[in-house]
Write a protein that binds this ligand. Structure first.
Ligand code: NAD
Ligand code: MG
Length: 395
């Protein structure tokens, strides 16, 4: 069997590291073509030492030099590139078969889109890229014949529970609803009146998953689930009314599909991203991921309840943005990235994240988006407006 050549965009992050963990278990199937990181040069150097990629990409020229100096210590043959255009180059290179899109936020869009346009197998973790670009991304996949596989655990679970061939044709497949499960994050039970005072350290202490800082804050506000509702809309062609959110604090059921005949199919497993990553890498085959099977004899509890929009107003905002369409999801995403960054830097209160996003959505008129340039332009505009709102609210 020819080895699959893998590019990992964002190899030093939480998803990137889990991906390398799975790849290391199957050296006969996979070889690493390119690794990319923003600023964690030492970590990238040690990944290069272990996986010997053809290319490594970093943010800028000084960091590239720093990486070359480190790589020279073990006579590495890895070529070092830098900058956003180099990310697109490795993601669309002829010698690359599979792209793991695991950069966080809007920064990942151009390279993820380049992978979609060049017909790769795309393992999509970078949900923000799809939320921002929606139709453009899906059209690029269809046009190039790329294979888009969801890595987000919920969407991966749904993909597994949908009948083969009907993953984008829900009505014909007899699907009544897609049910995204959500842990509810660290503040599910906390007194609402104290939420304004929570710190960044409290917000990123997720009960079930260890993840990057941005997605951890998004989980605490449930904006993450909101982004996932929009992501599900694009991945599965589902209208907002067909996508439900159900809080399930144990995170053992990763999501469900409800059928018109009354069947409810769920995917269960220990909460570990190596399962969806292994699924995406080997699909339609299955390979070991290092994750232990769930032991249902251990008195596991499964609880469920509906989300409370008062506690989690960001979830409502995201549904509204999806229903509004046009540029609203792009604006929502950009404003959220600015607000979360400000919260992590202690410049904004936790409950003000939603206010900054809502104010930004209210300030910018929605428009149709059909090209990368116009998406990036509206993204930048929303960032400026959101930054102004952050400055006015500063704590
Ligand atoms: P992370 O913060 O741990 O890692 C982010 C990666 O992106 C790093 O390798 C970093 O170097 C790179 N990066 C950051 N800014 C960049 C920039 N401007 N240019 C180029 N590279 C940049 O994040 P993560 O938790 O691994 O999440 C990555 C993506 O996967 C996010 O979109 C997140 O929503 C999604 N996701 C993560 C999980 C999880 O369990 N961590 C689960 C589902 C989805
Ligand atoms: Mg998820």
């Amino acid at each position: 069997m020819q080895k699959q050549r893998i590019c990992i965009l964002g190899s030093t992050g939480s998803i990137g590291v889990s991906t390398l963990d799975v790849l290391a278990r199957h050296p006969e199937r996979y070889q690493v073509f390119a690794l990319t990181a923003h600023t964690q040069i030492r970590k990238l150097a040690s990944q290069c030492q272990q996986f010997e990629p053809q290319f490594a990409v970093v943010a800028n020229a000084p960091l590239a030099q720093e990486l070359r100096d480190l790589l020279a210590q073990f006579s590495s043959k890895t070529q070092v590139l830098h900058g956003a255009s180099a990310l697109c180059e490795v993601a669309s290179a002829n010698d690359c078969d599979v792209v793991m899109a695991a950069i966080v936020g809007a920064a990942g869009l151009p390279a993820s889109l380049a992978a979609a346009q060049s017909g790769k197998r795309i393992l999509l973790a970078n949900k923000e890229a799809l939320v921002m670009s929606g139709q453009l991304f899906i059209d690029a996949v269809a046009k190039s014949g790329a294979t888009l596989l969801p890595i987000d655990s919920e969407h991966n679970a749904i993909f597994q529970c949908l009948p083969h061939g009907y993953q984008r044709n829900l009505d014909a497949g007899g699907i009544a609803k897609i049910v995204l499960t959500a842990s509810g994050g660290p503040f599910l039970k906390r007194d609402i009146s104290t939420l304004a005072q929570v710190t960044a350290a409290e917000a990123i202490a997720h009960p079930n998953w260890v993840m990057g800082r941005k997605i951890s804050v998004d989980s605490a506000t449930m904006m993450n689930k909101g982004l996932e509702v929009i992501e599900a809309h694009w991945l599965f062609g589902a209208p907002a009314d067909k996508i439900d959110v159900l809080i399930h604090p144990q995170s053992l059921i990763h999501s469900m599909v409800s059928y018109v005949d009354g069947s409810l199919l769920a995917q269960l497993g220990n909460p570990d991203m190596r399962t969806p990553i292994a699924y995406g890498l080997a699909y339609p085959e299955r390979i070991a991921s290092g994750v232990e099977a769930l032991d249902l004899s251990q008195f596991l509890q499964l609880n469920f309840f509906k989300p409370d929009f008062e506690r989690f107003p960001c979830l409502r905002l995201a549904y509204d943005a999806l229903r509004a369409g046009g540029s609203a999801p792009t604006i929502l995403n950009a404003a959220n990235e600015i607000a979360v960054e400000a919260f992590l830097n202690a410049q904004l209160g936790f409950m003000d994240i939603e206010k900054v996003v809502a104010d930004t959505l209210g300030k910018i008129a929605s428009q149709a988006l059909n090209a990368l340039d116009s998406i990036l332009e509206i993204d930048q505009q929303a960032r400026r407006v959101a930054s102004d709102f952050v400055a006015k609210r500063e704590v």
